[in-house]
Design a protein around this ligand. Structure first.
Ligand code: HSE
Length: 414
């Protein structure tokens, strides 16, 4: 990109589209919006007609527009827009985590082939500057793990459920009204939105392009009263976290699941709309970022930051993605977990643990805490839809070599 002012074609005028429009009204020294394309002609919009269009070609075929900002909901349509723009030599900014995660390799390939930059800081953690940090800062200091609260809707629901005893449905409705939830909120509550974000973060942190379906994923739908009672008793909070850990042998695990957060943990204060990302690096040790993870202006602030980055000729280098040392995704890891279940499942479940710390049951439900392999947990999750899984942490003690070999497996083969 040259240092000329950027001429923007904006796709979408929803919550974030309107947010970036508003921000650029007050600060348009480096970029201004020339055209906005929206899908539906029957909605009333606070815009003048010359700038508004319903034809994507009004942006894609306009040679003066050198930056396309894609902020629509539909991932397939977004992919068509983004790839067409890149092929036409236009720089692109997007916040569409599903589209980016599902097409990561092709999007990297197109950027290299057409020498057009594509930035997407708003896709993970909204206002938190995490992607560019993972991409640039840790080039010479090996990352050992990243862990994030990367979905605001579930964090909002879980904060309300634990602190105010609010029902799941009421809290979800509130998250929808505040513009945090996806148009299909099951993407939030079943952890897929967090898995897409983890997939993107993993590519920038470790150079490993991780298919979201290869991430071990548990949502928050199955949480039951006894889980919250346990959390209150132990003074924990429950948060949906997404994490990668890189073992000394160069093996990586990818997990999205509810986790008990004790009061001393940095995530303990990350409530409601806030997101947080914790990195651990070989020399830098632990670092923690936090900020608003959804909503019009926090998300638009990341888009604005990408506009400024493009203005100053920034592009992702994907240096780890093209390195010779890409880790293997292999979930030969063990977790300390809590499982709650209807009482009739007790016998079946207890034999799946490597070791049990605590076991409780009343006449209806029970729970077990102990150590289990991710492989075994994945099987349980696929077999029983009425068990609730919450993680304490990764089990760090060494498991006997032949034991771990017996359990080791490649997630991609699941
Ligand atoms: N539905 C997403 C969330 C929006 O709740 O985090 C921001 O990506």
């Amino acid at each position: 990109m040259s240092q000329n002012k950027l001429s923007i074609g904006l796709f979408g005028f929803g919550c974030v589209g309107k947010g970036i429009y508003d921000l650029l009204q007050t600060d348009h020294t480096i970029a201004s919006i020339k055209k906005i394309v929206v899908k539906s002609s029957d909605k009333k919009r606070p815009l003048n007609t010359p700038i508004l269009s319903f034809d994507p070609n009004d942006i894609l075929n306009d040679p003066e527009i050198n930056l396309v900002i894609e902020l629509i909901d539909d991932a397939k349509a977004a992919f068509t827009i983004v790839t067409s723009a890149l092929k036409k030599g236009k720089a692109v900014i997007s916040a569409n985590k599903k589209m980016i995660a599902e097409n990561f390799r092709e999007l990297v390939h197109l950027q290299k082939k057409f020498k057009t930059p594509f930035l997407y800081e708003a896709s993970c953690g909204a206002s938190i500057p995490v992607i560019r940090n993972l991409e640039e800062y840790y080039k010479c200091c090996t990352l050992q793990s990243i862990e994030g609260i990367v979905n605001s809707s579930t964090n909002f629901i879980l904060s309300r459920a634990l602190e105010q005893n609010s029902s799941f449905q009421i809290a979800l409705k509130e998250a929808q009204e505040l513009g945090y939830a996806e148009s299909d909120p099951s993407l939030d509550t079943e952890g897929l939105d967090a898995a897409y974000k983890l997939s993107i973060l993993t590519s920038h942190a470790f150079g490993k392009c991780l298919d979201a379906t290869a991430i071990f994923r548990v949502g928050i739908n199955q949480l039951r009263d006894i889980d919250f009672e346990y959390a209150r008793r132990e003074k924990y909070k429950i948060k949906l976290v997404a994490f990668n850990v890189l073992s000394k042998e160069g093996k990586l695990c990818g997990v999205v699941a509810p986790k008990f957060i004790p009061p001393h943990h940095p995530f303990y204060q990350v409530d409601d709309v806030l997101n947080g990302v914790l990195t651990k690096a070989a020399h830098g040790d632990v670092q923690f970022f936090s900020g608003k993870g959804a909503g019009a202006l926090p998300t638009a602030s990341a888009v604005l930051s990408d506009i400024a980055a493009l203005y100053h000729n920034y592009t992702y280098s994907y240096i780890k993605f093209f390195s010779d040392h890409i880790p293997l995704l292999e979930n030969s890891f063990y977790l300390n977990i809590f499982i709650s279940f209807p009482i009739e499942k007790r016998e079946i479940l207890q034999y799946r643990f490597l070791s049990i710390d605590e076991s409780f049951s009343n006449q209806q439900v029970g729970y077990i805490t102990g150590v289990i392999s991710i492989k075994e947990l994945w099987k349980l999750k696929c077999t029983y839809d009425d068990i609730s899984i919450i993680i304490f942490d990764l089990h760090h003690e060494d498991i006997e070599e032949n034991e771990s070999r017996e359990w080791a497996f490649e997630l991609q083969n699941v």
